[in-house]
Design a protein around this ligand. Sequence first.
Ligand code: SF4
Length: 198
Amino acid sequence: MAGRDLASVAAEAAVCTRCELASGRTQVVFGVGSARADLMFIGEAPGRDEDLQGEPFVGRSGKLLDRLMLEELGHDRSGVYITNTTKCRPPGNRDPLPDELAACRPWLESQLEIIDPKVIVTLGNFATRLILNTREGITKMRGREHSWNGRVVVPTFHPSAALRSGGGQVLAEMRADFVRAKLAVRRAAAESVLATAR
Ligand code: SF4
């Protein structure tokens, strides 16, 4: 990966045919945001709107994600990086299959290596299980920080779960997780300043 930047990896991914999802996509939905973000959001897979527009989280779930970011983190999506475990839309918005997740994982690993976020928020079961290598569900994993490869991982619900449930408890717990992520980013920034000063 040495010497490669996000744009060149995105250009490679744009013509990827490593799995069956290539045949049904309009385009690869690689990711959006800052290549120097301290905070990365990882969702599941692109839906119809994302497949058409080429950007993750642009439908109803994306609007909720944007709202939570603004209200709990205090900024818009330009200050973070947003991507999915799988970069092409599964047909009919079905769940991504294990072989598709495995085939797409190197793209995510490249993104993590280049962006090097201090904190990762995994949105829902797929991203949480993939990153933390667990079979546990999101309800059990959320509500606390996890450590992975020197980074802090904060699992939370996928915004679609909050939409399905009509808000309420799920939304309140998502807000708490976003605050948890914000504090983890601040802590990492403070630690990095201290390390530089030593
Ligand atoms: S989902 Fe990932 S691995 Fe499969 S074709 Fe798309 S970019 Fe390639």
